[in-house]
Design a protein around this ligand. Sequence first.
Ligand code: GDG
Length: 459
Amino acid sequence: MEEGRLIVVSNRIPTEAAPSGGLVVALHDALKERGGVWIGNSGKRVYPEEAAHGLTQIAKTPYERYSFDLTEEEHQGFYLGYANATLWPLFHHRTDLLAVDPDQARVYREVNDRVAGLIAEVVQPGDVLWVHDYHFLPLAEALRKRGVMNRIGFFLHIPFPNPSDMPALPERKQMPDWLSSFDLIGLQTRRDVSNALDFLRDNGAEILLRGKMKYQDRTFEIASFPIGIDVDDFVEAAEAHADSGEHLRLSPGERLVLGVDRLDYSKGLPQRFAAFGEYLSHRPDPQIRATLLQIAPPSREDVEAYKDIRQELETITGRVNGEMAELDWTPIRYIRRNIEREILAGLYRRGDACLVTPLADGMNLVAKEFVAAQDGADPGVLILSHFAGAAEQMEAALMVNPYDPGETARAIEQALSMPLHERQSRHLSLMQSIRETDITWWTRTYLAALQQKAPVAAN
Ligand code: GDG
């Protein structure tokens, strides 16, 4: 039988011919190889009459790309509201920040319904659908209701919530229906799989063998597929831009500690800055100069909690710099904008250490990019939070509890004084782990697992 098309659905869709960014590049390559269709949100906000027009074709080759627009109400309720002010905090264990708003929940389901209708118009028998992330949890259920019985996979890029946090979500009772309408649920880590199994079992699903589950008349599967990066591509970019560090004009002997994160409260930035301040106050030799370069492009600035994190960070940067700076040295350099990917790769390579200290994170690709960008002969040291999904694979990093500034400060000291042979052996082992599960491995393994799965029974 001829292989059906791959149809990818994600909130964002690349608009350029050769897109950049880990996930987008991986999916782009998968589609380029097999052909298929990518459907996503254009990012444009339109009047309701225009949104009703449906899908717009934005590219035909090397695969078809279609976008849909959101109205202002949909953008507020679906994207800023339910997805990013309810699900995001819940899934990152921040129920204190979770907004409960029945209107936003309604709009979230309506957008999923509308998108399901658009997909149902283009899907053909034999096509395989691959839906990405928390924006589209109810999408398979909505598609099944429209009679779409194709294989539908889901990949959650963020952590699966702690089952004990779930009662904070008014729509939790619908979650088993949402999830079991997919054929395969891909999660980043074993910890996420265990949380998902516990939650579903406590809510009426039966665990069959090896990640297979049954809920009502549907069987589906849950497994972990840790996402990776295109390692060779990053190695190349870092080598080609090894002089990026010169832009920084560091003084001779000055050490560079890096941080690269979207400006998000899940990334543990205030705790990181406090830990860096603590390291500086306790460093063994006050002559040592270490600079923390934090690149933090803004994100979701219209969501209230994101304004707070920005303010908190500005305050703490001012405090640490005010206390520690010298006429010719600013200890924390905080850049709140996007840096070009190639320059970034070169900066990683110049870094003596990288702080990846999220309080919760699905995987964290920065950890993998930093390792890929190092010069194996003189590599920098990765300091990694226990709470990043990457911690399950990258055991040779210096592991820290991001809530404990003393522990992180000691890890910075350890990283900056680590002997060359130890840096090299840790780097070698980390390189091996990121190569084993790189982005091609991720796409192939996930799609192979999805294709082995028979379509769900009609309901
Ligand atoms: C979600 C999950 C999961 C950052 N600043 C700049 C820049 N970046 C790039 C990094 C990296 C990407 O953004 C960030 O990826 P992360 O994985 O670290 O985090 P999220 O954005 O939260 O992603 C996460 C991921 O999905 C994939 O499944 O790992 O856990 O939360 O690639 O390099 N890139 C450029 N300039 C910047 O200033 N060019």
